[in-house]
Design a protein around this ligand. Structure first.
Ligand SMILES: Cc1cc2nc3c(=O)[nH]c(=O)nc-3n(C[C@H](O)[C@H](O)[C@H](O)COP(=O)(O)OP(=O)(O)OC[C@H]3O[C@@H](n4cnc5c(N)ncnc54)[C@H](O)[C@@H]3O)c2cc1C
Length: 385
């Protein structure tokens, strides 16, 4: 199983070597822990440091800031190798998104201070946009950042925040101008250590993705230096988010592909072993046809994902296409999990079998990163010009 298609022009020898290294790391350090992390509701903190030591989170970080300056394709490989082991708990996707915000809009000081620590796993990142009262409609957020001398005072609450219990560095979307809609939104980095007035809520109980610590966050008069504003001036947050969302959406397509490859392999293995009516379940024509359909969809998605990675690398991936890979990838993932689980019979409904977890993990892919309805809106907008 590999992220790469044989003809993908963005793939270099370095990517291939990186994938082999990531492959071994995931087998040794991730696979043995997946079940336990799902029970604990959180990934071991030291897994982040181990991944940092291997350079798995540094691929796209510039060399001057503790990375290897290799571009987005390296993060794509890490994400794929994770999800192709059937894991949706480790929040590297969000870490990578935080890195990309800082790389694109951070000041020299911010980059020096945070990027090396995000690369090494010393820091875990989170991105906090969603609030109890608003998710899809980001410009209606109510968290505020008011000026107070050389600081901002943050007030408000966020919900459903991936890495919420673990994060040391949170990019918070807040209104620096309450009279404005999207133009009043700014991104402000909050270092959680010693941040007075900052509080994490409970680790939310979810249908799937149970190994990820998804949390509510509360900000009560949290004092943050004005130098933590992301970008040269206030009011850029909405624009920055719109510019960075293609990568967030593509991460979802990549995670879908990895999970699909894992599910198909598991289902082939199971149906080859399981017998009914004196033959292997794999020998029923229905099984063969269903798996053939799943495999075909996986290959279509692989080509699409590779095309999107190539376009993101050369800066040409637009909002509509990024929305398509998120929408299509997550829909196909859910269809395939449904079909694969069915082929396990009753065992597919049992949590001891990874397919049950994969089925549950898949559902949220149609919701977060912008719901699939919002994706269709964005795609339709590109048609109706
Ligand atoms: C496990 C998990 C992890 C998450 N991680 C993060 C995170 O790290 N950071 C973060 O900021 N957020 C995160 N989210 C939040 C996620 O991005 C939002 O839940 C999502 O954007 C939808 O917002 P909402 O839940 O408020 O739904 P709503 O916006 O209330 O939507 C409800 C329904 O209305 C539909 N709808 C809304 N507007 C329209 C429209 N214009 N046209 C048609 N239909 C529409 C939606 O598609 C949906 O079906 C996470 C969510 C989950 C579940």
């Amino acid at each position: 199983m590999s992220l790469f298609t044989s003809t993908a022009k963005w793939v270099t020898e370095e990517h291939q070597m990186f994938a082999e290294m990531a492959n071994r790391f995931m087998d040794d350090e991730l696979v043995p822990n997946i079940e336990r992390w799902n029970q604990n509701g959180v990934v071991d903190r030291d897994f982040w440091n181990k991944a940092g030591e291997m350079g798995l989170m540094a691929g796209a970080i510039p060399e001057d800031f503790g990375g290897v300056g290799g571009g987005i394709g390296f993060d794509a490989v890490t994400l794929y190798e994770q999800s192709a082991r059937g894991d949706a708990g480790w929040g590297f996707g969000i870490q990578s998104i935080v890195v990309h915000y800082l790389t694109a809009y951070g000041s020299e000081d911010q980059k020096q201070k945070w990027l090396p620590r995000l690369a090494s796993g010393e820091m875990v990142g989170a991105l906090a946009m969603t609030e109890p009262g608003t998710g899809s409609d980001v410009q209606s957020i109510r968290t505020t950042a008011e000026k107070d001398g050389n600081s901002y005072r943050l007030n408000g609450s966020k919900i459903f925040i991936t890495n919420g219990q673990t994060a040391d560095l949170i990019l918070v979307a807040a209104k620096t101008d309450k009279t404005q809609g999207s133009k009043g939104v700014s991104l402000i980095a909050v270092e959680t250590e010693g941040a007075e007035g900052f509080r994490r809520g409970r680790n939310l109980k979810k249908l799937g993705m149970k190994a990820n610590d998804t949390a509510e966050l509360f900000f009560e008069d949290v004092k943050v230096p004005m130098t933590n504003l992301i970008g040269p001036e206030e009011g850029q947050g909405f624009y920055q988010m719109m510019k960075q969302l293609p990568w967030e959406r593509l991460t979802i397509g990549i995670m879908a592909l990895g999970a699909i490859d894992f599910a198909i392999a598991e289902t082939v293995r199971y149906t080859q072993e399981r017998k009914a009516f004196g033959q292997r379940v794999m020998d029923f024509q229905n099984t063969r046809f269903k798996l053939a359909e799943c495999k075909t969809k996986a290959e279509v998605l692989r080509s699409f994902v590779n095309d999107c990675v190539a376009q993101l690398e050369d800066g040409t991936l637009d909002a509509a296409k990024a929305s398509m890979v998120k929408y299509w990838g997550s829909e196909v993932q859910n269809e395939i999990m449904h079909e694969c689980l069915q082929l396990f019979g009753g065992y597919g409904f049992m949590m001891e079998y990874p397919i049950a977890r994969l089925y549950a993990d898949a559902r949220v892919q149609m919701i977060y990163g912008g719901t699939n309805e919002i994706m269709k809106e964005l795609i339709a907008r590109s048609l109706d010009t």
